[in-house]
Design a protein around this ligand. Structure first.
Ligand code: LLP
Length: 421
């Protein structure tokens, strides 16, 4: 459920007509709903009620300061994967003890800044990282709290580019070697082993892979405790999928996921963390775009939009489906026709949908891409010297631009010309 509904035939973001935002900020743009962000955060928080827990929003999904602040004020922690994300989370007011540092290639510099600034824990992904972390913690004069990310060798049954829990993936330490690596970590002077971390992939639409992974984590918890480690925190990662094609997808709900967590690891008495990104932000955001041309091709018609692959890369990169809806609701019974929906960028990959059934549209009409709140704006680029598109946050009947569209001068002046030219 989200807060982007038609009212009197006009698509609204909460109480604001989407067309009003388009008129004031121009297209294309992203718009997020505060109520949806908070609703989704709360679904997870409630699903873990009764357990000591922290929902750490995976801010890679959508990392605008205003989004972070909205969630942090509701009690969310943050999962960060770079020094930049750490700095962003801190700038949004998130205290260090609510920030988890994940990622397969943390640099010594990133580690140092997080140790000095304050951190809840590092999710360590390799033996060399353990060594660097131990050394840097020694230099800073602190003890670094750690979990080790184990790779449970579970097939997440999702798109290959976003599956992470199989042994062939670059992430974590093979679970079969976990005891050995925990022993190594336990012997390091400047580390404190506090738990286990696992994350098997993104956009999971079936709970079974989570169940298999969490069972393995539960077994490992018992073994590591036998080995003398004080395992008291389990970070169970993110990955719960969302319905992208609303007509025929119904992935499991956070409540089912919470029940699964309680069933698989609840008896261990550990504090539990989860790192959802997509389910919190995905259906809390739209990308709104204007039709520039309707072009008749050979055997097919194209809707050419002002939004492009640089603004929303998921269809080009993962063959991802996004529902695309007109901002003005078609009258009941309006006939639909198939269109290829494309952007203006000079490559064929700049295609959002092929032969998508749409009501009649004309140049100047607005369309909205649903489920674009996660991995939309954050993955955008200025390819073709197209400005990063604005982000807007709605809250009830108010809205604010939370990232403005840069001017061409701002974009161009970021380049510097060497003196010999
Ligand atoms: N934790 C870790 C360690 C992760 O690597 C990820 C996502 C998450 C949590 C959050 O997963 P989520 O709940 O959002 O599924 N760009 C891709 C998705 C990449 C996901 C990467 N890791 C896409 O657009 O589908």
């Amino acid at each position: 459920m989200d807060h982007f509904l038609y009212r009197d035939g006009v698509l609204h973001a909460e109480d604001v007509p989407v067309a009003d935002i388009a008129a004031s900020v121009g297209t294309p743009f992203y718009v997020y709903s505060t109520a949806t962000l908070l609703r989704h955060f709360k679904l997870f928080d409630d699903a873990l009620e009764g357990m000591d827990h922290l929902v750490c929003y995976a801010m890679k999904a959508a990392s605008n300061q205003a989004i972070l602040k909205t969630l942090a004020q509701a009690g969310a922690g943050m999962d960060v994967v770079s020094g930049g994300e750490y700095a962003r989370a801190r700038a949004a007011g998130v205290p260090g003890d609510k920030i988890v540092f994940s990622g397969v290639g943390k640099t010594a510099d990133e580690i140092r800044k997080a140790l000095i600034g304050g951190i809840r824990q590092f999710n360590v992904e390799s033996e060399p990282e353990l060594e660097v972390l131990n050394r840097v913690a020694g230099e800073v004069g602190v003890i670094a709290p750690i979990t080790i990310r184990v790779n449970p060798d579970v097939d997440a049954k999702t798109h290959a580019k976003i599956a992470t829990g199989k042994s062939e993936n670059k992430f974590g330490i093979p679970i079969a070697r976990a005891r050995e690596v925990y022993a190594m970590a336990g012997a390091m002077d400047h580390l404190e082993v506090i738990g286990i971390d696992v994350h098997i992939g993104s956009q999971l639409t079936d709970l079974t892979p989570f169940e298999l992974a969490y069972q393995k984590v539960a077994e490992l918890t018992v073994q590591l405790r036998e080995d003398g480690h004080d395992i008291r925190r389990l970070d169970l990662g993110g990955g719960l999928g969302i319905p992208y094609a609303r007509s025929n997808e119904a992935p499991p709900l956070p409540t089912d996921y919470g029940a699964l967590i309680k069933r698989t690891v609840g008896h261990l008495g550990c504090e539990v963390e989860i790192e959802p990104g997509r389910l919190i932000a995905g259906n809390a955001g739209l990308m709104v775009s204007e039709v520039i041309y309707v072009k008749s091709g050979e055997g097919r018609d194209f809707l050419i939009l002002d939004g492009a692959m640089n603004d929303l890369i998921r269809p080009a990169m993962y063959e991802a489906h996004h529902d695309i809806v007109p901002v003005i609701e078609p009258a009941p019974g309006t006939e639909q026709a198939p269109y290829d929906i494309v952007g203006p960028v000079c490559e064929s990959g700049d295609t959002f949908a092929k032969q998508r059934m749409m009501p009649p549209l004309a140049a100047g009409d607005l369309v909205a891409f649903r489920s674009a709140g996660a991995y939309g704006a954050v993955m955008s680029s200025e390819y073709n010297t197209r400005p990063l598109i604005p982000e807007v946050l709605v809250n009830g009947d108010q809205y604010a631009v939370i990232r403005a569209r840069p001017t061409f001068d701002e974009m161009i002046n970021r380049d510097t010309i060497p003196e010999w030219l």
